[in-house]
Design a binder for this molecule. Structure first.
Ligand SMILES: Nc1ncnc2c1ncn2[C@@H]1O[C@H](COP(=O)(O)OP(=O)(O)OP(=O)(O)O)[C@@H](O)[C@H]1O
Ligand SMILES: [Mg+2]
Length: 452
């Protein structure tokens, strides 16, 4: 089944929802390219996830009738590719307008700075001054990049899509898919997405999977809206403090359901805690809390509630070695993680859990992990690792033999999943090659039980 975010990706600039001013600037810049070479040869398109940055770049190419090539700035192979494209054109002299031009789309340029990739930045600087092909650079946070670089580009911001616009897009999709729904339901999805149109569309698809009507009672989430402010406050108080009492007090005073607070913490923990050790520890406690919560739900074991609360509030608060002094824009948990326990996700979760269980048993036959434990204890941790440390994520994905769909289950966006997937395949291939090259030793060490 084709994901709706792909099916309904805007093909032309006029189909792009929201940000009309920015889209107009981009269209004008495109027209300049059809007449010659504009003053700024590269666009620096920036804004939060899921607002259409990549889509706009692709639509622009479509609009101009140029081919496009999408590359990722943190992939080292990218540099050779762009060098070839940009270099070839400048040797030929300027291309005639419209002649074999390509829109070069370079994603995650904010990722190259701050790492060892100064060389990358230097190359980028050269290209944006010399290219005869329109370049669209994409970033979430362009201010990480040095000013003198930014000034070489035409900066255009895409902002969060406002709720009315998100609602309009959702309605439109429902109409095209023949889905009957209550406007209130769509409003809830729109509010919850918080300006991320991709999240809204994904939520809609997940919630309507296998049905043609979606009613209010199907999603039972009205609490979200009323408690929005309160929950942000609770979250800040728990994640920012290093006092046990204050964390507990935050839960007491919040008046929100414990399992809702817990989902919010789960979603936002990786945004607040940076140190992997802090994160691991916090997630461990969170997953304990989750296990208690499960028992409470299944067996009405209310006596466990204080332990669950301790774990996800004070436990999480004290998991950090020091407080993080920074501003974090906390995110709404996706409806997906909150309520959409659809058949497809359940099946996906099951297959991943089975792989974790399988891997565990190969390593050490005495460790028997049930699929349930695999889910409860490993999933939150994997989610953190995949989003915080994609390189590590790739190793794990390779180890477990996760496929792309399974990786997507853990990542915040599909692009990241693709990157991890590619890297994982590279690791697996390298390991296989190693093995074929007389790797008895490799095999042995691989199957040794941990801790021996
Ligand atoms: N402004 C928009 N108009 C129409 N559809 C949109 C818009 N923004 C996002 N979408 C939908 O969400 C999907 C993902 O959008 P896109 O990949 O362009 O986001 P992005 O801003 O590049 O996100 P990221 O920062 O995660 O790469 C699109 O395929 C489309 O279905
Ligand atoms: Mg993108």
């Amino acid at each position: 089944m084709i994901p709706w975010v792909e099916k309904y990706r805007p093909r032309r600039l006029k189909d792009v929802a929201g940000n009309p001013g920015a889209v107009r600037i981009i269209a004008n810049w495109g027209e300049e390219w059809q007449r010659g070479i504009p003053e700024k040869r590269a666009l620096l398109l920036y804004g939060p996830a899921g607002v259409g940055k990549t889509s706009v770049a692709l639509a622009l190419a479509e609009e101009l009738g140029y081919d496009s090539i999408e590359l990722n700035a943190s992939d080292t192979r990218t540099y050779g590719v762009i060098n070839r494209i940009v270099g070839a054109a400048s040797k030929q002299g300027s291309l005639r307008p419209g002649d074999g031009k390509k829109v070069i789309i370079l994603d995650e340029v904010d990722g190259i700075h701050g790492r060892a990739e100064y060389g990358g930045l230097r190359a980028l600087k050269k290209w944006v001054q010399e290219t005869y092909h329109p370049m669209v650079l994409i970033a979430n946070d362009p201010y990480i990049l040095p000013r003198e670089f930014r000034e070489l580009t035409k900066m255009v911001q895409l902002k969060r899509i406002n709720q009315r616009t998100v609602l309009r897009v959702l309605k439109d999709i429902c109409r095209k898919e023949g889905i009957k729904t209550d406007e209130r339901v769509l409003k809830i999805i729109a509010t919850n997405a918080n300006g991320d149109l991709r999240a809204a569309i994904n939520d809609l698809q997940a919630l309507t999977e296998g049905r043609k009507t979606l009613r209010l009672q199907d999603i039972d989430i009205l609490t979200i809206r009323d408690s929005e402010l309160r929950i942000f406050d609770t979250l800040i108080r728990i994640l920012k403090t290093d006092s046990c009492d204050r964390a507990l007090e935050a839960v007491r005073e919040s008046g929100e359901e414990p399992d809702v607070i817990m989902k919010w913490i789960q979603e936002n923990l990786p945004r607040e805690y940076e140190d992997p050790e802090d994160l691991a520890k916090a997630f461990e406690r969170l997953s304990k809390a989750d296990i208690y919560m499960g028992r409470i739900r299944r067996r009405q074991a209310w006596n466990l509630l204080p332990y669950a609360i301790d774990m996800f509030s004070a436990g999480v608060a004290l998991a950090k070695k020091h407080r993080y002094r920074k501003f974090v824009r906390y995110q709404y948990p996706t409806l997906f993680s909150l309520y959409a326990r659809t058949k497809k996700t359940r099946a996906l979760a099951d297959s991943i859990a089975a792989k974790i269980k399988g891997a565990r048993e190969t390593v050490n036959e005495k460790v028997h992990v049930s699929k349930k434990v695999a889910k409860e204890e490993f999933f939150p941790l994997l989610r953190a690792v995949f989003n915080q440390d994609p390189a590590k994520g790739a190793e794990i994905a390779s180890e477990l033999g996760l496929d792309l769909e399974e990786i997507k289950f853990f990542t915040a966006n599909d692009r990241l999943a693709q990157r991890i997937h590619e890297e994982a395949r590279r690791i697996t291939a390298a390991r296989l090659r190693e093995r074929m090259r007389g790797g008895r030793q490799v095999l042995l060490s691989e199957f040794q039980a941990p801790g021996k």
